[in-house]
Design a protein around this ligand. Structure first.
Ligand code: FO1
Length: 323
């Protein structure tokens, strides 16, 4: 793919495609913009789960079963914290803890989240730019019949059980896109924007909520291609399908397209959704049908290559049907 690629990414699912993209593209050909709406202060530490999941995944250090945190992790700190009656609902592994301690130290010393993320990614040997969507705080809040929940309380504390009636992003209106994000959007050689298979409502929407981002994505010539996080009506991992139902949509690839409301110049779906994809193509949305479930590293690399080739073959967005 000639030109620069901008990937928008959240947690576990998106990080897998980001890994594949990072194998296919050089560090100066790819910018990975990551959701920070899941960030929170826990035990006095600034925790950035999606940034860490992307960093660990790109570094080949992540626990493949959990998807988050480090492989080969130990939990002595958590064991002792429980013994002391501390807050034990959110698990911080012994080695993972170093990431949160060092990030908190650097932020307190006045570094921006972008600077901290660049330094820590570099320390992990990652060459590709991992960029927070914003250096200002954005906090995803879910509304339930019993009141509002901060994201991690919903996702981890309640294991996504509560019914969600609305989602909002505290601070989004004032959170400017980070310099790295804005620079990628403004590159004259921007060739494609890849929306990774992350939860559209919880991981991608906070990125799109930053002032000017949706407008910028609608104005660029490069195609915006989403890889569906839903396969056969079900999420690979996490609450995407449950949220779709709770927010009034029928879980499926069409709901993904409707959710991104006219931003997309192309969609990548799994074989399981071939029929629905053909209907979307008839409606004017170019769709690639392939194996979109990533189990192995080879799956991640293949899907990334196919998605890039597909994006490369799409007409510039300006020619796209105004929808
Ligand atoms: N997810 C859980 O289900 N339980 C946890 O205890 C947990 C701890 C945790 C610590 C660091 C980190 O970077 C991620 C962690 N996650 C945990 C995953 C995290 O809540 C989600 O990955 C994102 O916030 C949503 O993608």
């Amino acid at each position: 793919m000639s030109g620069h690629v901008l990937a928008l990414c959240g947690g576990v699912g998106g990080a897998k495609l980001a890994f594949g993209l990072a194998q296919a593209l050089g560090p100066d050909e790819l910018t990975i913009v990551v959701n920070t709406g899941d960030d929170f202060t826990h035990l006095g530490l600034h925790v950035s789960p999606d940034i860490d999941t992307v960093a660990y995944t790109l570094a080949g250090l992540s626990d493949r079963e959990r998807g988050w945190g480090l492989a080969g992790e130990s939990w002595q700190f958590m064991d002792q914290l429980k013994r002391l009656g501390g807050e034990a609902w959110f698990n911080l592994g012994d080695r993972d803890l170093a990431m949160h301690v060092e990030r908190t130290r650097r932020l307190a010393a006045g570094e921006s989240l972008s600077q901290v993320t660049a330094a820590l990614a570099s320390a992990l040997g990652i060459a590709h730019p991992i960029v927070p969507m914003s250096d200002e705080p954005v906090r995803t809040i879910v509304r339930t019949p019993d009141g509002e929940l901060a994201f991690q309380r919903y996702f981890v504390g309640e294991q996504c059980r509560p019914v969600v009636t609305a989602i909002r992003f505290d601070g989004a209106a004032a959170a400017q896109p980070s310099a790295g994000f804005r620079a990628a959007l403004e590159r004259p050689d921007l060739a494609a924007v890849i929306v990774c298979p992350s939860n559209p409502y919880l991981s991608i929407d906070p990125i799109l909520a930053a002032p000017g981002v949706r407008a910028a994505l609608s104005a660029i010539g490069a195609p915006v291609v989403a890889v569906s996080p839903i396969v056969g009506g079900r999420a690979i991992k996490g609450p995407t399908a449950k949220l779709m139902t709770e927010l009034g949509a029928t879980p499926g690839v069409t709901a993904v397209v409707n959710h991104y409301r006219g931003l997309l110049g192309g969609l990548v779906v799994d074989e399981a959704d071939r029929e629905e994809a053909e209907a979307l193509t008839v409606l004017g949305l170019p769709t690639l049908v392939t194996g979109a479930v990533m189990v192995s590293d080879e799956d991640r690399m293949r899907l990334a290559r196919e998605t890039l080739a597909f994006a490369h073959g799409l007409p510039p967005q300006r020619l796209r049907l105004a929808s």
